[in-house]
Design a protein. Sequence first.
Length: 85
Amino acid sequence: MSTQSGKVYTGRIVNDTKEKLILVTDPEDSTKVVEVKKSDVDEVKPSPVSLMPDGLLKPLNENEVLDLLAYLLSRGEPNHPMFRK
């Protein structure tokens, strides 16, 4: 998001009211927020870069990646069909 004064904020919009936008600027700390009046906002656009670190899966082998996907798709439920062979 960029403002009319030239400030640029990067974060996730967590509240969008008629008067203001509230962004969390640190994905690991939800207490780090910025409040910007909508009248001050010049542009809001999606980031071309993911919040996920680059190369996150590189240290994992194929089975570890498949286990991670099964865990995510099952939402951690150990008896989910995703874990059946």
